[in-house]
Write a protein that binds this ligand. Structure first.
Ligand code: ADP
Length: 752
């Protein structure tokens, strides 16, 4: 089918696609058109990776806009929001306006009312709906990308509830749900009252198999030799073999540490396969990587990249990740060793994919657990670049003949699992029921049940096998919890209390709010440590894990600083609770180190984490402390001031005395310290400062000095003809500056 033949789609679109080399529709895309995707019909498209789901979404959105409507594209990850924005920005030349909203939860997003197409994460859409953004009522088309993630215990419920709300607000809403191939696509279609496209078509052939011994064993029975030299590991042999053929390899492993280790080893293999020109270009990429941050992760990554290999995991900052992805797409980097984050949708196809680890540590089972078929198939689906490779190959690795059999059975020949709603999990139910009540969406038990009947949970599990109503049961127990903790009141109708409204607006798990309120009660003058610990032990903070030896260290610290904790230290005999307390303490001490101006790489080293992790914890702590501040304010507690100070220290990563200075745009933690040491202690000092002193403290950087003075409100910030007072900056000006307050581009809340 030619795109120009699709009725309902603006005429320029066919032209635009043709310029991008797309002449005719792929078969699943043509099926989608036949099913009415360009005429406002709802659709679930369950098709393999790289089979052109985005175009299906575009057909739906552009036809909706052409009819005078408005479309929303929901992405599962922030990183994907910017990727989509770039992809859709080409439409602006044709008069279609695009808005992206991933920012903080309290942004009401009114400016989005003007936009034709809006891109946002599901968390952001949820918060916009809660805060009553008026344009939500004007939506005609909603696309949900990677909808199989409704299965995710942490983030799935938000997506599920958000889609249910959007459909309730707009009864005629077109929902286009894009999914990986899953076991129960028909259930998703039933849930969304949508047509179903369930296809296994791919633009290029994907061959899947297992490497064992000296050969590749494909699922279709073919066997091909791939020798592993005695000095090599199987992954090295595969990467070498692919490289000999001019191709690149994606290697999936199960942890960050393994990703880094594998990349370092594989760098020796790829180093042999790059030419002089590539080496020069790789060195330039490595330089850019080093310039992102001063940490060991950054240095290690750059060292690998120089040799043509890279690692990619959630501990890398987002700038690192996109530099690596770009260089891989440009075929400069020959292999990426990644944790499954990369499989979640970022577009980096390669000739071969190796799923090296098919088990991953799971806290739930306290040991290694096999990956799901869905996950492994998603990773495998990255193999083969359409238009470039005739086919892609995806391989698992076996150590024994038995394992070869097992892997063929378990993954190569297996169908992906069905997706299952996780809405009934307690944190999800608590959060979403409170939000639904607080936003006035439902004011009675019956109305709640009626609304929740539109969720996937209801489609799948409402009726128990004994005929009982599961939905009623979880709703009743959750309402009881919310009432007991003072978040709702029940009379003739159900209403949120003031506290309940605040908690919902702050986007907190009600249990986090209860923990925070409990801790703050009776604490008149809490220390920063006490507050960091308090927010670290709420269910909204992912705590740092305790490693071998940590238990002893943090137990000692717990007793040493017992007086600072808000709430009773649990007894060592309460295994689980005590352990959680110590994990929270480890997290809290990391925050304290950050707020005491410890260098980023020292923190990374001390806690065994990457810069992205530090940023993630800092962002979460900032949000939770902000929430604590609002709650304390609501209840008129004395601790508000102390909480604000602790929050500002975390925000800027500085000691108390630097808060004022570090808040000036462009200053940041390191420069604030240098200015302070040069005698400039406050924003007001900066406004009236001697310019040679400022320039000296900023190590002669004129542009920086000018913009900082301007931000501070200096009458004449110009540094023309100013000689720096070098007596105030004893260190040579060679140190690379990092600006920790450029939070926008760092991995943070919403990224995983
Ligand atoms: P998915 O989201 O299904 O993983 P994408 O939508 O990202 O896949 O598409 C994968 C690639 O295929 C993109 O580079 C896209 O430009 C290309 N593509 C999509 N549809 C067509 C088509 N009909 N003809 C040629 N290339 C296409």
């Amino acid at each position: 089918m030619d795109v120009a033949d699709v009725s309902g789609v603006p005429t320029w679109f066919a032209e635009h696609l043709r310029e991008g080399g797309i002449e005719s529709l792929y078969p699943p895309q043509a099926e989608a058109v036949d099913a009415g995707v360009a005429d406002g019909r709802s659709l679930v498209a369950s098709i393999p990776t790289a089979s052109g789901k985005t175009l299906i979404a575009q057909l739906a959105m552009l036809s909706a806009v052409d009819r005078g409507g408005k479309a929303l594209y929901i992405v599962p990850l922030r990183a994907l929001a910017s990727e989509k924005r770039e992809e859709f920005s080409a439409f602006e030349a044709y008069g279609v306006s695009i808005g992206v909203s991933t920012g903080n939860y309290e942004d009401s997003g009114e400016w989005l009312a003007e936009k034709d197409i809006i891109v946002a994460t599901s968390e952001k859409v949820d918060s916009l709906v809660r805060n009553g953004a008026p344009w939500v009522e004007d939506l005609d088309c909603v696309v949900s990308d990677e909808v199989h993630l409704v299965d995710d215990p942490n983030r799935g419920p938000t997506l599920e509830v958000t889609l249910a709300k959007l459909r309730r607000i707009n009864p005629n809403l077109q929902v286009v749900a894009l999914s990986a191939t899953v076991g129960n696509a028909a259930t998703l279609a039933e849930w969304l009252d949508a047509e179903l496209i369930d296809s296994t078509w791919r633009p290029n052939e994907l061959r899947t198999g297992v490497h064992y011994g000296q050969a590749l064993h494909f699922g279709d029975g073919e066997k091909r030799e791939l020798r592993v030299e005695s000095s090599e590991k199987p992954t090295e042999a595969i990467v070498r073999d692919t490289l000999d053929d001019g191709g690149s390899t994606l290697v999936f492993v199960n942890s960050r540490r393994n990703a880094e280790g594998a990349a370092k080893r594989l760098a020796n293999t790829t180093a042999n396969g790059i030419d002089r020109d590539e080496r020069d270009r790789l060195e330039a990429v490595a330089e850019e990587i080093r310039a992102v941050s001063d940490t060991e992760t950054s240095e290690d990554l750059a060292a690998c990249v120089e040799k043509g290999a890279a690692f990619h995991h959630a501990g890398c900052s987002s700038e690192h990740r996109s530099l690596v992805e770009d260089a891989f797409r440009d075929r400069l980097i020959k292999t990426i060793c990644a944790t499954p984050t990369l499989a979640a949708g970022v577009n980096t196809p390669s000739r071969r994919v190796v799923v090296r680890d098919w088990r991953r540590y799971s806290g739930d089972v306290g040991g290694m657990k096999p990956l799901s078929v869905l996950e492994v198939h998603q990773m495998m689906g990255r193999a083969g670049r359409p238009g470039r490779d005739p086919y892609g190959e995806a391989l698992l690795l076996a150590n024994s003949y038995d394992e070869l059999d097992e892997l063929l059975d378990r993954y190569v020949w297996a169908d992906p699992e069905p997706v299952e709603s996780k809405l009934a999990r307690e944190p999800s139910m608590r959060t979403h029921l409170l939000a639904t009540i607080a936003s006035g969406f439902a004011d009675s038990r019956a109305a709640l049940l009626e609304f929740l009947d539109r969720t996937l949970y209801a489609t799948q599990y409402r009726r128990g096998s004994d005929g009982s109503d599961n939905l009623e049961r979880v709703v009743d127990s959750t309402l009881a919890y919310l009432e007991r903790n003072g978040f709702i009141e029940r009379g003739d109708s159900i209403e949120a209390t003031n506290l309940g409204h605040t908690v919902s607006r702050l986007y907190l798990d009600p249990m986090s709010a209860a923990e925070i309120l409990d801790g703050l009660k009776g604490a008149t003058d809490p220390t920063a440590m006490g507050l960091y610990h308090l927010v670290s032990r709420t269910p909204d903070m992912y705590e740092l894990y305790l490693r071998a030896g940590d238990r002893e260290e943090y137990t000692m610290l717990a007793y040493e600083r017992e007086a600072e904790f808000l709430g009773e230290l649990p007894s060592e005999f309460e295994e689980g609770r005590f352990e959680d307390w110590l994990s929270a303490l480890k997290t809290a001490r990391m925050l304290e180190d950050w707020a005491s101006e410890l260098e980023e790489d020292e923190i990374a080293e001390r806690y065994g984490v990457g810069p992205g992790d530090i940023r993630g914890k800092v962002d979460t702590a900032q949000w939770l402390l902000g929430a604590a501040e609002s709650l304390a304010g609501e209840l008129g507690l004395d601790s508000v001031g102390a909480i604000r100070e602790a929050r500002k220290r975390v925000e800027h990563g500085v000691g108390e005395e630097l808060i004022d200075l570090a808040g000036v745009r462009g200053v940041g933690r390191k420069r604030a310290r240098r200015l302070y040491d040069a005698g400039i202690e406050t924003r007001a000092d900066l406004r009236n400062a001697e310019k040679p002193v400022v320039l000296g403290a900023l190590r002669g950087r004129e542009k920086t000095a000018e913009s900082i003075l301007e931000a501070a409100g200096h009458r004449n910030p110009s540094m023309d003809d100013i000689t720096p007072d070098t007596s105030v900056a004893p260190d040579p000006p060679t140190e690379r500056e990092s600006t920790p307050d450029s939070g926008e581009d760092q991995a943070s809340l919403g990224d995983f």
